[in-house]
Write a protein that binds this ligand. Structure first.
Ligand code: OKV
Ligand code: MN
Length: 243
């Protein structure tokens, strides 16, 4: 049986060509013998509506690249992240993808596994959780999507430069998952294996509720070589580096 592959937090944009090239290699080569590919959020650095497919040739190119997976009989599942939660039906169709709710419980090789992006588990960051609830509400999304494309892009640019300033600070525990968040999800999902991304702290944790795998973020630009994926086959779960 063919393996399942899991990635997240690529934060793709035209500004990081080496990371984009690594994703192209992953789709064309690494995933070629896979049963399915799961993207657990933050595939894109930002997403301000599916009209990006018409306004932004880079977005259209990435959707077309991902569509080659389903054409080769490889299923593609995409979950929203904290940046690309406006990825909608038109994008999923263009990418040949199936949208997954967050959290999502799946069965792989006989075991139940809960998948999440991970931002909802960072329950200590009250300010972010408040923004998250607001921005994901139906009214906020309808209002935002009704704005002209130029206004939406201007707001996205401002929010990104504001969050980039925050990134130079030392990594605070405020931006990690909490034991309460993790325990609550293990209990609610009745699983003892969890896979998530978001925190950029790739690891395998043995928690009281079960095993928690954290996906790596990708960055092959800025002089870095970060990235990798999880692979599930009949032998179990393994963390692998990029080829
Ligand atoms: C997403 C984050 C930029 C973090 C805004 C309603 C509101 C949607 C939105 C605007 C921003 C997504 C959609 C983006 C997340 C950033 C910078 C940091 C930490 C509204 C609905 F508020 F106007 F009503 N947004 N974009 N960040 O540029 O992709 O999560 S985004
Ligand atoms: Mn994230």
């Amino acid at each position: 049986p063919r393996p399942l592959l899991f990635i997240s937090d690529l934060h793709l944009s035209e500004a990081i060509p080496h990371t984009v090239a690594a994703f192209e290699h992953f789709v064309r080569v690494t995933a070629d013998n896979a049963d399915s590919v799961f993207i657990l959020g933050d595939l894109f650095e930002y997403w301000i509506g599916d009209d990006m497919l018409f306004a932004d040739p880079f977005a259209a190119r990435m959707a077309a690249l991902m569509h080659t997976l389903s054409e080769r009989g490889i299923a593609l599942y995409i979950m929203h992240g904290n940046r690309d939660f406006l990825l909608g039906k038109r994008f999923m169709k263009a990418a040949g993808a199936i949208w997954l709710p967050d959290p999502f419980v799946m069965t792989a090789f006989g075991s139940r596994i809960v998948l999440a992006h991970g931002d909802a588990l960072c329950t200590a960051d009250r300010k972010y959780q408040t923004f998250r609830r607001f921005a994901r509400s139906r009214v906020a999304q309808l209002l935002f999507l009704a704005w002209p494309f130029k206004w939406r892009r201007a707001l996205a640019e401002r929010m990104r430069s504001a969050s980039e300033e925050g990134r130079t600070r030392p990594v605070s525990p405020l931006y990690d998952v909490t034991p309460e968040g993790v325990e609550t999800l293990f209990k609610a999902s009745k699983t003892s294996t969890m896979i998530h991304g978001h925190t950029h702290r790739p690891a395998r944790h043995q928690e009281s509720g079960g095993t928690r795998w954290v996906l790596p973020d990708w960055d092959l630009d800025h002089g870095k070589r970060r990235g990798g994926y999880l692979r599930i086959d009949a032998e179990g779960i393994r963390a692998l580096p990029l080829d």
